[in-house]
Write a protein that binds this ligand. Structure first.
Ligand code: 9G3
Length: 568
């Protein structure tokens, strides 16, 4: 492709609203342009990178024995009502109406749709197992789209679904899909880790996420030197209990004018944050629940859901909090709290003389003692486990790193096939629900993750596997006939050999062109200039290492192909 004819709108400056390096570089290098919040155009370089990633995903999915299909983006609300998810998911499920006023979903994922195909087309255990996959645009109306295409409202995902007669067969495919993911991320030169993940509302028993290490990743991964790795939502560990041995003191009411946060109250009272126990009101599948946790910890909503046996747990709104506690947000407490279940993290149980909200505006209670001053339904492990806690496996201190979740695998079991009556006949002619697995990979998010891990101060440093082009030819001064002629010959010869070439034939200053070359970051740059031509050479430069070599002009196309092969 000739740069002078290409749409590659590069920018010298960092865009103001880009918080991560991949978002900044994808905008500056002209890969994407925002249409509206969370919705992006992929311009030529961005789209070529997407297609390179898709090709690798396709190869590995096909190698793993999956069959590619394409399902519709829109699906009728009735399907989602069969599984109850039309009601469970809120505004994140992007709902549209057709001309007759009927409701549809823009697909955030396709469990219902693929199960509908299979329940209509597959009858016998002899047809099992099989795995279908698609690479398609997904829609999730995120409350806070951010980080460019990493958390977008419209994005490209490979989603695969496997169908089995029993769990053993599912386990085998699950392993094979995780191996395929490992191959994909290794081929994309990504540093990643598979971690145990929470299954959440999707249901099913086991789930793994593949995390690409990145300081700006939204996921917190808890790891131990014993090899344990899990997302913070899923991580098990033990929080050291705090026992001070002090004896219970009489309960005291204290005025805490307009002091709502842990910091404000603990500072005002001169106490440690752990002594201030938070009371957080949740809606759990329609039930109102008060969760108590030490002031120095956070509630793990996935664990809270599991402890309550609830599918979806969301913090209650201000009006519910007022109704339930009789006080505005920030003054909730367990003492005298009627009409709601109270569940507490088990690290609250041994505490003595704690501070809690007084269920009255601007009031807290001091020297409160669990058991004496308030009742709890029960104590559970509902704390988010983090760095410094002890490993549930080996007891050693846990560490953590941030990552971008680029793919996930779920063992769904019969959750979808049962409620959609998708069954097959076994040897004895008995109808059984399919056992299912599903496996996602964020394609557009993976392109951003590659840039997160492959960049330097001058711009993107593409691994050859995902680079929009293999090589850039940079003609320093296109006004010189020598330069233009030599560059054109090289361009033709490389293209004829099947090399993907971006030829910067713009009539622009050398400075601009060199800066743009580093920004766009193709693996190999070949500079054609008068000075080097006088020496009968062109200059090849490897973007990753900066290593520069003079390549004789004659036979340059072959030598450049050899250098490319060495980079791959
Ligand atoms: C929804 C909405 C958002 C969602 C889901 C459903 C996430 C939902 C989980 C999955 C599980 C797997 C197949 C590919 C791999 C991931 N966000 N999930 O089910 F209605 Cl609005 O998507 N699906």
């Amino acid at each position: 492709m000739r740069w002078s004819k290409a749409l590659i709108p590069t920018h010298k400056e960092d865009p103001a609203d880009a918080e991560t390096v991949s978002h900044r570089l994808m905008l500056r290098a002209g890969l994407i342009r925002k249409l509206t919040s969370g919705v992006y155009n992929y311009l030529p370089l961005g789209w070529r990178a997407i297609r390179k990633v898709e090709e690798i995903v396709r190869e590995e999915m096909d190698r793993a024995g999956c069959q590619e299909i394409l399902m519709p983006v829109v699906s009728p609300a009735e399907l989602w009502q069969e599984t109850g998810r039309w009601g469970i998911y809120g505004k994140e499920l992007w709902r549209v109406q057709d001309r007759n006023g009927r409701f549809f979903a823009l697909g955030p994922t396709h469990e219902e749709i693929v199960t509908d195909i299979v329940r209509n087309e597959v009858r016998s255990y002899r047809e099992l197992p099989f795995t279908l996959y698609q690479i398609q645009t997904k829609f999730r109306d995120e409350l806070r789209p951010r980080f460019g295409v990493v958390r977008a409202r419209e994005f490209i995902m490979k989603d695969a679904y496997s169908f089995h007669r029993d769990d053993d067969s599912l386990d085998e495919t699950y392993r094979r899909m995780c191996d395929a993911y490992t191959r994909i991320f290794e081929r994309l030169d990504l540093t990643f880790r598979p971690v145990e993940a929470a299954t959440g509302a999707i249901g099913g028993s086991t789930s793994h996420e593949f995390m690409v290490l990145s300081d700006t990743g939204e996921s917190e991964v808890i790891v131990c030197e014993c090899g344990y790795a899990a997302t913070d939502e899923r991580a098990e560990g033990t929080v050291r209990p705090i026992e001070t041995g002090e004896s219970p003191l009489p309960l005291e009411r204290i005025d805490t004018p307009d002091m709502k946060t842990i910091e404000e109250v603990s500072e005002f009272l001169g106490i440690e944050p752990w002594r201030l126990v938070k009371t957080i009101i949740y809606e759990a599948d329609g039930r109102t629940v008060a969760a108590l946790i030490r002031g120095d910890r956070e509630v793990n909503e996935a664990k809270l859901g599991m402890a309550l046996g609830a599918d979806l747990v969301v913090p209650a709104g201000a009006e519910t909090i007022e109704k339930v506690t009789g006080a505005p947000v920030g003054f909730s407490g367990p003492v005298g709290l009627e009409g709601v279940e109270i569940i507490a993290d088990h690290t609250v149980e041994p505490l003595v003389n704690i501070v809690v909200g007084g269920n009255e505006s601007d009031v807290h209670l001091k020297n409160v003692n669990p058991g004496r001053d308030f009742r709890t339904t029960e104590f559970h492990d509902i704390a988010l486990i983090g760095r410094g806690d002890s490993c549930a496996r080996c007891g050693k201190e846990l560490d953590s790193f941030r990552g971008i979740e680029v793919s996930q695998a779920f063992k769904l079991g019969t959750k979808y096939s049962s409620c959609m009556k998708a069954t097959f006949l076994d040897e004895d002619g008995v109808g059984k629900p399919f056992v299912m697995g599903c496996y996602g990979l964020g394609v557009s998010r993976t392109v951003a993750a590659i840039i997160e891990q492959h960049h330097d101060d001058d711009g993107i440093v593409w691994p050859t596997s995902a680079a929009p082009f293999d090589v850039e030819i940079l003609a320093v001064n296109v006004k010189s006939d020598d330069v233009r002629q030599a560059a054109e010959v090289l361009y033709d010869e490389l293209q004829a050999a099947g090399v993907a070439v971006l030829y910067d034939d713009r009539d622009d200053s050398p400075g601009t062109k060199f800066k743009d070359a580093d920004l766009v970051g193709l693996p190999l740059r070949v500079t054609v200039g008068d000075r080097s031509l006088k020496r009968g050479v062109v200059e090849a430069r490897v973007r990753r290492t900066g290593e520069q070599t003079d390549v004789p002009r004659d036979g340059a196309a072959q030598e450049i192909q050899r250098m490319l092969a060495a980079l791959t």
